[in-house]
Write a protein that binds this ligand. Structure first.
Ligand SMILES: [Zn+2]
Length: 260
């Protein structure tokens, strides 16, 4: 099994974008315990479902580049020797996650990493990925503006940090054929919010992920890869699909998906 894990904020608010600090610490302990092969996002898009030693393969991603990535998540990951990618919204660096200026019910407004803090993470080995300039729905963004959201974000990060980002995460997971095509012209790989493990047939510009919001219970990772674990993923995926279908007349996806 091969999977890319998604985190947003590590905080105790219990919000849909939050994983609690104690749950995250358990995840780091498990991920660092040798049960799976934790690899960079670039590495995991190559090869098959198992590492050379037969272990499942996992990559770690953090959307939005919250301040607590630098203060809580990355120090623990670094101490455990675990690679990670943090996806940066270049127009909001040093600001907050109030995309578009409006509050979203149930979603806390939280500080984002500054350029200096991002530079420190990069210098310590974190991969800096791109997450657009302003966190729009890219499928609803006109072509010229969309190019600026993609290439403009890449260029700003490159200018500020001295590293050209190769990985992208679609804001809200929102991508259609035109968005994927444009993204493929700018980045080597891109992550969606489609909820499942990676399949050999997946495009590197439409990589599915598992949102760790759903894995906060004490032993949530203990049966990793076993039939019961895979059934839970399939059931969660089906429930999300039904909810997104049900809410489709009012919006393109669920309230939770809208908040990410
Ligand atoms: Zn986001």
């Amino acid at each position: 099994m091969r999977a890319i894990l998604t985190y947003h904020s590590i905080d105790a608010s219990g919000s849909p974008i939050s994983v609690a600090p104690d749950a995250f610490a358990r995840h780091v302990a498990w991920l660092g315990g040798g049960h799976v092969s934790v690899e960079s996002l670039a590495a995991i898009t190559q090869g098959g479902d198992c590492a050379a030693d037969g272990r499942d393969r996992v990559a770690l991603t953090f959307d939005d580049a919250f301040e607590n990535f630098g203060t809580v998540a990355w120090p623990q990951l670094r101490a455990a020797g675990l690679p990670a990618t943090v996806f940066v919204v270049s127009g909001h660096v040093g600001g907050t996650n109030r995309w578009g200026g409006a509050a979203v019910p149930g979603i806390p407004e939280l500080p984002l990493l500054t350029w200096d803090a991002l530079g420190a993470c990069a210098a310590a080995g974190a991969e800096i990925g791109a997450h657009s300039r302003t966190h729009p729905h890219l499928s609803r963004t006109a072509a010229a503006a969309r190019h600026e959201e993609l290439a403009g974000c890449r260029d700003t990060i490159a200018a500020r940090l001295g590293v050209v980002p190769q990985s992208f995460a679609y804001p809200y997971g929102d991508c259609d054929a035109a968005v994927v095509r444009d993204t493929a012209g700018v980045f080597a790989r891109a992550c969606t919010t489609e909820y499942r493990q990676v399949a050999v047939s997946d495009s590197v510009h439409q990589l599915p992920r598992l949102d760790m919001f759903y894995f906060q219970a004490a032993a949530a990772l203990a049966d990793w890869g076993r039939p019961a674990f895979l059934r839970r993923i399939a059931m969660r995926r089906a429930a999300r699909a039904v909810r997104q279908w049900w809410t489709a007349p009012k919006s393109s996806s669920s309230t939770r998906a809208e908040s990410l």
